[in-house]
Design a protein around this ligand. Structure first.
Ligand code: ZN
Length: 122
């Protein structure tokens, strides 16, 4: 798994702040039967890379619960705040992308790989 923060304008608008995500194989990700009916997809096409991102959100509470892309169909991008543990005790950013959009007031994280755009994954 990869821990990533994204500072792009789309994450800012979608999540209300920079996105904190865990990347994992899509094969390891499943919605529970009861939650499947509540998930809808917003097709975000106004991305910097021009690659569509499917932002899946809960129609009950509005939270973004999963992001997928056509660019890399093997990866599930999971907002860490939606996990029951919230990443407490294990999540810390390894990679920051879209750093050209990072706000001055945001913390500097020691040891992260910083990219002005999006890094290429697998
Ligand atoms: Zn983003």
């Amino acid at each position: 798994m990869t821990q990533l923060m994204c500072h792009c304008p789309n994450c800012l608008k979608s999540l209300g702040n920079s996105g904190a995500f865990t990347f994992c194989p899509i094969a390891n990700f499943n919605f529970t039967e009861s939650s499947k009916e509540q998930v809808k997809t917003y097709r975000d096409q106004a991305t910097d890379s021009k690659d569509e991102m499917q932002r899946q959100f809960c129609t009950n509470c509005g939270s973004c619960v999963l992001i997928t892309t056509d660019h890399n169909t093997s990866v599930a991008i999971v907002p860490v705040g939606t996990m029951d543990c919230g990443g407490q005790g294990w999540w810390k950013p390894e990679i920051e992308c879209q750093c050209n959009n990072k706000k001055d007031w945001m913390a500097k994280y020691a040891g992260t790989q910083m990219h002005d755009r999006n890094p290429t994954f697998g």
